[in-house]
Design a protein around this ligand. Structure first.
Ligand SMILES: Cc1ncc(COP(=O)(O)O)c(C=O)c1O
Length: 414
């Protein structure tokens, strides 16, 4: 593993921590460009998971024996580590571990939205929302009589902030916006959106699933009331997500799931709730995953989030420039020098699934489909796009392999 020294990442050294990248398919080494879906996991994180099960495994909070105490301390400390990573000064009390971003969205929608929203209230989303938030708020709106409104996306892939200023009104109870679009690669002006929401006394919820993995994030600088992200997109294991919530809000909210571990006192008649964040972590929680996610954060910070951001942006810009050299390739979203490390595109009339399958013959792994943004794809006028997304271990040579494979597909369909 490399630690922060020069500006450029020592990608060769980083790649040694990811043996999966050495795998070969039909004689070609895998080129893994599906990081926006799930990132790979370095040995350092895999070792933490294995060591946990070999040496510490026990249930947390409830045991008085040594193993349980060790597991509890590591699990609780992991909450502090994640809180610190995203600038939540309230520490563990403001950091709830969930299953993924989707569950974090559902937690707020059901624990807060179901109780607070009613007819006449509005929830403002963006047209580039992932289904994780879009479908969830749609359902809560149906149950409560509230209305969902959408901030439009401009033709060049940005949020229409003039429209946002009109759409967000005193009827707005919550604004939920994606920090970084998983389809367009747009980085949204979340702090500005948060200010508009707060000017109308609305809460501001940010979906940071594509932001926390690749840039420094400070939830307090952004002014987020809630902020959600997933461990498996930031070198951590699957099965863990995070929800940052401002302490006063989490304190006032009803629990989302009920049962063991989230209670303080239970009688046959009634129950009271445990302190934060455990009130929101019913049942046996994501112990190994939480501890491993803290190790993933250590790994990311050893490299440096600013450097990771620059590395990804450089790869995305290079990919954008190479892709736009083809006159039959359409790339969606902002220009190459103003996007995160992902590029969604289509090649002529080739369906993205066919393209992905040909790329797979070259061992190039990309994503094809609607990326859980169907309404945005409707707006773009396409059923599907191909998406290449980059991370700390990707190289320019891999982008070249992507381009060669795309060119091969173009010849095949010509
Ligand atoms: C922007 C965004 N939000 C939410 C999600 C959902 O994440 P998860 O599947 O981990 O719940 C994703 C996953 O692709 C995403 O890209």
């Amino acid at each position: 593993m490399e630690t922060q020294q020069s500006d450029a990442l020592d990608v060769a050294a980083i790649r040694e921590d990811f043996p999966i990248l050495q795998r070969e398919f039909s004689g070609s080494q895998v080129v893994y460009l599906d990081n926006a879906a799930t990132s790979q996991t370095p040995d350092q994180v895999v070792d933490v998971i294995a060591d946990y099960y070999r040496e510490t495994n026990a249930n947390v909070h409830r045991g008085l024996h040594h193993l349980s105490q060790e597991a509890s301390i590591a699990y609780e400390d992991a909450h502090d580590r994640l809180a610190e990573f995203v600038g939540a000064s309230g520490g563990r009390e403001e950091m709830v571990f969930t299953k993924n971003t989707t569950e974090s969205e559902n937690l707020v929608a059901f624990a807060w939205g179901l109780n607070e929203l009613g007819p006449g209230d509005e929830v403002v989303l963006t047209e580039m929302e992932h289904h994780a938030s879009l479908v969830t708020w749609q359902q809560v709106a149906k149950k409560t009589g509230a209305e969902v409104k959408y901030i439009p996306v401009t033709d060049d892939g940005y949020l229409d902030m003039d429209a946002a200023a009109e759409l967000i009104t005193d009827d707005t109870q919550l604004v939920n916006a994606v920090h970084v679009s998983n389809t367009l690669g747009t980085v949204n002006p979340v702090a500005e959106l948060g200010d508009i929401a707060h000017d109308h006394d609305a809460l501001f919820f940010v979906d940071g699933a594509q932001a926390v993995p690749n840039r420094p994030v400070d939830v307090e600088d952004i002014g987020a009331d809630f902020y959600a992200f997933s461990g498996h997109k930031m070198l951590g294991p699957t099965g863990i997500g995070c929800l940052y919530g401002r302490k006063e809000l989490l304190e006032d909210m009803e629990p989302y799931l009920y049962g063991g571990m989230m209670i303080e006192r239970v009688t046959f008649e009634d129950s009271t709730w445990a302190e934060l964040p455990w009130k929101f972590e019913a049942g046996t929680p994501v112990i190994a995953q939480g501890i491993a996610l803290a190790a993933a954060v250590d790994y990311l910070e050893d490299i440096g989030m600013e450097r990771i951001q620059r590395h990804e942006e450089q790869l995305a810009e290079y990919a954008y420039d190479r892709l736009t050299e083809f006159d039959d390739v359409e790339v969606y979203g902002p220009p190459g020098d103003d996007r995160v490390g992902l590029v969604s595109f289509n090649v002529g009339s080739v369906h993205a699934h066919d393209l992905s399958s040909i790329l797979n013959d070259h061992a190039v792994a990309i994503r094809a489909g609607d990326h859980c943004t169907q309404p945005l794809h409707d707006k773009l006028g396409v059923a599907a796009t191909a998406r290449a997304s980059f991370y700390v271990y990707n190289t320019r040579e891999e982008v070249d392999k992507l381009i060669e494979a795309i060119d091969d597909a173009r010849q095949l369909f010509a």
